[in-house]
Design a protein around this ligand. Structure first.
Ligand code: SF4
Ligand code: SF4
Length: 281
């Protein structure tokens, strides 16, 4: 169990707890203001990211201190976790509304609207989260008529996530001041700022999944399709054995490799049950 499970869910999976999607948490004015500022000012994210590029050139001890500060701050404000598709489907099963929106990261990195992000709520019609977004006059996401918010049914959302899985995108849940979970995104390392910060710049702003992948060598035929889709560099190929091998210390447990394996050779195991990966978040 990750730190958030212990802190926010009494040892259960924190992102499966409906109270973390509660409308009550949106009565907190600071949280509402944080959400409004986050979506109203995506250019700030671009500046923050430029700062990360500069940080890479700083002396090691300064980098280590600043990394810790950023991670601690993000755990309070906007932190994520990788979640496999079957648990995303379970979340969609118990929330009361789902709204698809343009991805703020792709807005910043590509300058394009890509609808890879899903707001979830225990309230109807997108709940108070949608109210906040509708109030963002001039934001890339909504505007006064909120035309950027697109209500989708549970079936539509599940079908879209199966498509995102086939696209090789990694599913992640996100807080807006923890433990409130406002959204689920579909990330890749090229365009997603959180993944780039975490994986490329070694500044964790999302946890790994509660799972880790394992290959059954008796089933693997060495086609290497799994290697092609792993965004975390966790899979290598053994020429001697003609099989793929997962380095479970690198694995984020997204399960994307599993979905492309035609031999059904990959499964996800509980991270806590895999000694080499148990303490790695
Ligand atoms: S996709 Fe499956 S069969 Fe192909 S190399 Fe990976 S584990 Fe082996
Ligand atoms: S090995 Fe599979 S489950 Fe692990 S990070 Fe790579 S694609 Fe995701």
């Amino acid at each position: 169990m990750c730190e958030f499970c212990l802190k926010h869910a009494e040892g259960k999976k924190w992102y499966m707890q409906a109270e973390n999607y509660s409308e009550d948490l949106l009565s907190d004015l600071r949280r509402r203001n944080f959400i409004a500022e986050f979506f109203a000012n995506p250019e700030r994210l671009a500046r923050d990211f430029e700062g990360l590029e500069k940080l890479d050139k700083a002396p090691g001890f300064i980098k280590a201190i600043i990394r810790r500060i950023i991670t601690r701050k993000m755990k309070k404000d906007h932190f994520g976790q990788v979640v496999p598709v079957e648990e995303i489907e379970q979340i969609f099963g118990f929330v009361n509304s789902i709204v698809r929106v343009a991805c703020v990261c792709r807005h910043v990195t590509l300058g394009e609207e890509k609808r890879y992000c899903y707001g979830i709520s225990m309230g109807p019609d997108g709940g108070k989260m949608s109210e906040i977004l509708r109030g963002l006059d001039g934001s890339f996401i909504g505007g006064p008529d909120a035309e950027g918010l697109e209500a989708v049914s549970k079936d539509e959302a599940i079908s879209a996530f199966r498509d995102h899985e086939r696209e090789g995108l990694c599913h992640t849940v996100w807080t807006f001041r923890a433990p409130f979970i406002g959204g689920i995104c579909n990330c890749d390392r090229a365009d997603c700022l959180a993944m780039r910060a975490t994986v490329t710049h070694d500044i964790p702003i999302m946890f790994r999944a509660e799972y880790v992948a394992e290959i059954d060598p008796d089933r693997c035929v060495g086609c290497r399709q799994c290697m092609r889709v792993c965004q975390f560099g966790a899979i290598t190929y053994s020429a001697s054995h003609e099989k793929a091998v997962i380095d479970q210390r690198q694995c984020y447990g997204c399960g994307i490799c599993r979905s492309v394996c035609s031999q059904d050779a990959i499964r996800l195991e509980e991270r806590t049950g895999v000694p080499v990966a148990a303490g790695l978040w």
